[in-house]
Design a protein. Sequence first.
Lengths: 846, 241
Amino acid sequence: MKPNSSLHLSWLIRMAWRDSRRNRSRLLLFISSIILGIAALVAIYSLGDNMQQEIDNQAAELIGADLEISGNNRPTPKAQNLFASLGDRRSEERSFVSMALFPKTNGVRLVQVRALEGDFPYYGKLETQPATAHKTFRNARAALVDQSLMLQFGVKVGDSIKLGSLSFAIAGTLLKMPGQTGFSTSVSPPVYIPLHYLDQTGLSQKGSRITYRHYFKYDHKVNIEQVVKKLEPQLEAEGLNYDTIQSQKEDTSRAFKDLADFLALVGFIALLLGCVGVASAIHIYVREKVAAIAILRCLGTSALQAILIYLIQIIGIGLLGSLVGALLGSIIQRFLPTVFQDFLPISLTTQISWSAIGQGIALGLIISVLFALSPLISIRKISPLHTLRLSFEHHSLQKDVLKWMVYGLILLFVIGFTYLQLKNWAETFFFTAGLLTSFLILTAIAVILIWMVRRFFPVSWSYLWRQGLANLQRPNNQTTILLVSIGLGTAFICTLFLVQGILLNRVQLSASGNQPNFVLFDIQPKQKEKVEQLTHSFGLPVLQSVPIVNMRLEAVNGVTDAQLLKDTTLDLPRRIFIREYRVTFRDSLISSEKIVGGKWAGTSKSATIPISLEQNFARRNKIKIGDTMTFNVQGALISTIVGSLREVDWNRIQTNFLVVFPKGVLEEAPQFHVLLTRVQSPQASARFQQAMVRQFPNVSIIDLGLVLNILDEILDKIGFVIRFMAGFSIFTGLVVLIASVLISKYQRMQESVLLRTLGASRKQILVITALEYFFLGALAAATGIVLSLAASWALAHYTFETTFTPQLLPIFVVFIVVCCLTVIIGLTNSRSVFIKPPLEVLRQET
Amino acid sequence: MEPILNIRNVSKTYQSGEHTLTVLDNITFSVEHGSTMSIVGPSGSGKTTLLGLCAGLDRASSGTVELENIRLDHLNEDQRAQIRNQYVGFIFQNFQLLPTLTALENVMVPMELRGEKNIKARAMDLLGRVGLAERSHHYPVQLSGGEQQRVSLARAFSNRPRILFADEPTGNLDAETSEKVIELIFEINKQAGTTLVLVTHDLELASKTRRIIRLKGGKLISDENTDVFQASAAGSFRKFN
């Protein structure tokens, strides 16, 4: 016999609508758990969309020209000829960090000098105050000075700034420049000067670390990508890099897509958390609907029709939840530019992104249906016999293949979604495994807790405590879902605090005790002794003084970059040839390093020069002991052999190097020196910097105290962004908590009313309820904290390679806050049970 | 007369750990079209289980159940559901109305399931016949027990069933209300020419049917016509109370 196939969707929808009549507010409550997750994702997707649109619109302004060619060496005549053949308009810029002195206040500070010639930028502009300053400074001995720097030293337009041995009149305040982000100029704020005054400053000496940039603008239509493709071999031969509007657009898009994808994952965790809440709520909802489903089955409804009736309810309510989430997300995204502006090189608009809204709604629908499916498919097992009596048959989970298929689908969905964000299978695996492990650990703890309460029930405790504890294992209890949601939320926020602490601690530790806190660099060989003398004259120690030689890698085992490009079978990462190497030479190891492979050679006695590599650098680039490496030092080729591998403690403030040459090779190469010292007070620091700048204007100084403050500020802002996103998880946890409490309220109503009828006072019911939520909150918070401690330890140990000392205060605060919130929400939502008279409650709930 | 229901050698057992619990043991009987029959017996005798098997709500462990010449034991749950919708009406002790549907909607559901059109008028007519036309838009919670059972009665007849199964239809009602509901059941049943099978403790109610079968410990111990039965009623029925 065929099942009745004439039933139309319209009837199923009508039944779903009718059946939901007395439950709509509850269904809304269930689905509210996913609203915040959807809101987070829609907000982030909208941000991503708007960002992409703005990057597309503003890409030309990011680079400021059609083509930029840059290198770290003064262009050869051949390169200059090449430049002359490019573009209709050209600009040149040389940039480097140096010390600036403001004679008005005697203030000194490390700045980024940008010596400019030509009309750059051709797209966008240098925004200045006064507005004309970006033009006038080019034709005079004048400078544009970063706004923050002007404020810090209390100087105004018209005052002067001294760079090296030359003073410049401040023509204007620099408000904005192409491609600038809030943080990029924090350590060394920019100062623009005309290029033709650079030589007079005395800062452009041989060995100085200058970046040479050439900007080209075409006034007629040119396919830049084709132009650079032709130029590539020549540019590579000259050791030059290039950037076009297109490549800049792609780089910027990639960088910020990574950020958006990471934040989307954080939002996704909030959504998953909400879905676990939805699944749990639907599970209870279906259990309460057993009688109605049995009646329908009795009257002739098929299993599929019964499932569809409730699935339609879930789809309807999921759609509504997703719509509300999308609306909320679109509102939230209007505030995101304020949060993110410091990280972005572009100005953001906050247009409504229909694609983000569409994605959010689709995701909300899929995920709410997926998570509701598991309880919904149980409907097919509900026998019409329930109308006569409860069924004798119990279906164990293990035997229900369909349920395991649904779990499989959920897992596949999580993996698929994560992969779409990360585009990396290994990372996807770790994320999913981490998430699954956290869920499993929290679930296991809940199951163990329920078992322990049953097994070791403390019969000697007072009645109220026993009742509160017993509630954790009552039928239809919410212990597991609450432990998972609150625990995961707690773990998340606690890990954020702890990781921020680890990062700051690491920097603070480095800057404490007798560790160096001042780095002097760009010291020319002939200045070395005098700089050391000046340092001693201030009573300051010279903790380290090392020579540094800049070089590029020409070949590894005879393989050059050009060969590598042609032969894709060669197993060598290309980045090894692109970077510039800052190398030192010495005859002994320093305290932060030890030999872990090969033999250290302090001097070069044979024709082949034995060098020492940092072990991780060698491993990453697949270089072994005995391999040969040919370096290019300002045109001179030096053949070396890898003689030893070193383990380096990068956490210590030292001048550590990837490549160390032995003595007797690089002594005559163009080089500069770095000197490390420790200055105790800000006053001594100011005096020392002023003296150093006056006597050695080319020497740059990094004040680690200042860097620490900036890092603190950056971490604070990054922390805020992550906390902002994690907040969605926390709030979702709270919504799940509220929903769970309200759902369980219906179940416990009967018992509480019975207790009231038997003479229990309001206070006693209140204490029992408070104790139950305290047990739940405390255990969930404690589990979450233990998880976060484990995660933070792993991050500290494996990622940051530092020791992990947990900060007890934030952990304690998180614990107390979570416990209190759980108890307050639990009591607030159960208040009708103990405030109103039993009969009134019973009447209301029937 | 052709039987509408044929029960042959039906047994129902439940496995509880290592023990097998036999609830019904080798029951055989048949019910003719248009007849009325009661299943009586003490608590735990298997009355409700037998009703469930007859109505296709459950499957027998052994034996065959034929309803309108269709072997129910050969059908899956969904196919049996369709049989119920086509041929069977139900009245339950605890009414079993869908709490989220109005009285009218409750009555309409079986017809909607059959895909029938213009059903509202028939549902209203049925509600009118049980005296609840004025309460058609009320929810079950807004109705008294007797009213709920009358709605249940209207629903039971809405799909023009060939056979009506009633499980203790007056079990939750007071004497006065019970009497009115019983009158209605028999009156509408007679008008519709439906076969009636009811499970009851109420001897007076049982005696209104033409045939009574008695169960004890899962076994059928007697199957008699009420004219014969009524003669010895006073003695036999005392055993159940």
